[in-house]
Design a binder for this molecule. Structure first.
Ligand code: B16
Ligand code: MG
Length: 224
């Protein structure tokens, strides 16, 4: 199918949990902070932080621990967590790219389908550079370029604008419900990465990008 007449002309990817496995480092750093503050923070609690901005994540963590703090202390704690996280990702490499991501990104390029990043992370460039993923993107929109966090559609609308494709011809790949909601609010199509039980708003859900190909994508998008 020629991209100019196909339903999908651009793919917009979330980063953490879709293309790379950095969620575990976020968890390690948040857990370390909870340990220091003296309460338990489980992997189940961590699910609530996926796709959520750094400060909003801290608010959720403090709610879990039933801890009240002033704004200045909160900023200092968020910075502390981020320094640990940056330290963890400083040694990551392309072995942390999730299965199927590279093959799919290469296939999209071969088919002339635009590729953009839509991540909440302010550390996205470090991750993309360390994993050697930068050359696969036509546009990179991350937490340093946005003022409104998902589920606001800003990050994806900026991505669509940067690759000059209208939202109805864009599909967003997301592992977080807030991200799926952002895509829907932006008028875009959606593919969830994870389990259909958690990503109930997504049009279609696959366990990973290993289950995705350009042919499959166009078929799903043409029939839903
Ligand atoms: P940072 P994504 C999100 O990345 C993460 O899923 C979320 O856990 C994190 O809090 C957020 O980025 C902000 O990250 O602290 O590095 O700016 O899934 O939107 O790629
Ligand atoms: Mg994510």
């Amino acid at each position: 199918m020629n991209p100019t007449n196909s339903p999908i002309q651009a793919c917009l990817f979330d980063l953490d949990g879709v293309l790379v496995d950095t969620a575990k480092y976020h968890f390690l750093a948040w857990k370390r902070l909870a340990d220091e503050l003296g309460f338990e923070f489980t992997e189940k609690d961590n699910e609530r932080l996926k796709g959520v901005s750094r400060m909003a994540s801290l608010e959720i963590l403090l709610e879990v621990g039933n801890v009240q703090l002033d704004d200045e202390t909160k900023l200092a704690l968020a910075e502390k967590k981020n320094n640990w996280y940056v330290d963890y990702i400083s040694t990551m490499d392309d072995s942390e790219i999730l299965p199927g991501s590279l093959t799919f990104l290469k296939e999209l390029k071969q088919h002339g389908i635009k590729v953009a990043l839509g991540s909440a992370s302010k550390n996205a460039m470090t991750i993309l550079n360390n994993a050697n993923l930068v050359p696969y993107f036509d546009a990179i929109i991350d937490g340093t370029k946005t003022s409104n966090a998902k589920p606001d559609p800003e990050v994806f609308l900026l991505g669509a604008e940067a690759v000059q494709i209208s939202p109805e011809h864009c599909v967003v790949f997301e592992d977080a419900e807030a991200g799926i909601e952002a895509a829907i609010r932006g008028g875009m199509r959606t593919i969830g990465i994870g389990s259909p039980g958690t990503l109930i708003l997504a049009e279609y859900v696959v366990p990973s990008l290993e289950e995705m190909s350009v042919e499959k994508l166009q078929l799903i998008m043409a029939r839903t």
